[in-house]
Design a protein around this ligand. Sequence first.
Ligand code: ZN
Ligand code: ZN
Length: 392
Amino acid sequence: MSETVWPTLTDLQAWRHDFHRHPETAFEEHRTSGIVAELLEGWGLEVHTGLAGTGVVGVLRGARGDGPSIGLRADMDALHVTELNDVPHASVNTGRMHACGHDGHTTMLLGGARVLASNPDFAGTVHFIFQPAEENEGGARAMIEDGLFERFPMQAVYSMHNWPGLPVGAAAVHSGPVMAAFDIFNLTLTGKGCHAAMPHLGKDTLLAACQLVTQLPALISREQEAHKPAILSVTSFNAGDTYNVMPEQVKLRGTVRCFDMEQRSRIEQRFRDVIEATAKLHGLEAELDYRVSYPATINSPEHAEVCAEILTGLLGAASVRRELPPSMASEDFSFMSQACPGVYIWMGNGEDSASLHNPKYDFNDRVLPLGVRYWVELTLGLLRDGKLPAAK
Ligand SMILES: [Zn+2]
Ligand SMILES: [Zn+2]
């Protein structure tokens, strides 16, 4: 067997800081994916570019011959956030920032590829999946539509996200739901604008919209079972711009999140009912654009047990949290774990870490070597030590 090459912390930091300085948002990750592809090629992987535009898949075959195949996935995109960190690697792309740590995710998966490529002591195939556009745009779905699972068949797929609030050196593994489903809505109410002193001559859109802001969340608190978590938030309300005019139009936006797909469609139906009834009550036109976005991310329980076992070996049993509630935030990894069994774990980014999407967030460099070791030990556990659960 060849000598195993582990990237040093300095190597990992250099990659991560470079990605952090040059953040690219959804489907524009040209520089980032170019670097990823070049590094993978340099280490001898078979590299496929252009999936969903900027997606990259690196294929590594084990030295022990044929066997099952798995996918390891990282996201590469940044956010439309203006960085407030005063660090040498701060973003040079104004208005764009790696505020969700995808720079760290990309780096850790590169590290795993580096190690495994230097000594592929396993049987089977690893697909290193670097996806674009996790934030809002569903890059995972776009890669699947581009033939990810047909071109690179795999029995299971794995991913991780850094987790502020969880100590460095700790991880969380959920058996079942881990991240919520995510829908968004845009609603335009059109009435009849009029003089504010003569409201009887108009159709009041503001009053109706205010009723909706209080009524819609009650679809959760009064109609959904309390033990099934769900959220409906109106997050944007735009209307009017002066003192003496009743506005003709109001625009509302917001989001709905839950874990159960049947519950999701019930909420959507009742949402539509309430909008229609309220519009009728006030004599308004309602134009609703309700977009079913990401499904819930549900970990395969048997595969999650293997990940927990690997993490226990790496971090110690006390640092592998199994009891944390799932997050109401969402993840487009859900499209991948719908298509084949998957596990999405959380890696602690530190109790003092700024929260995800905060302008002062920064991925914790101390997590980088842990993430690399997780990818390596997971792959060896699955493809060398026979821990991959049998396909059903
Ligand atoms: Zn994010
Ligand atoms: Zn993220």
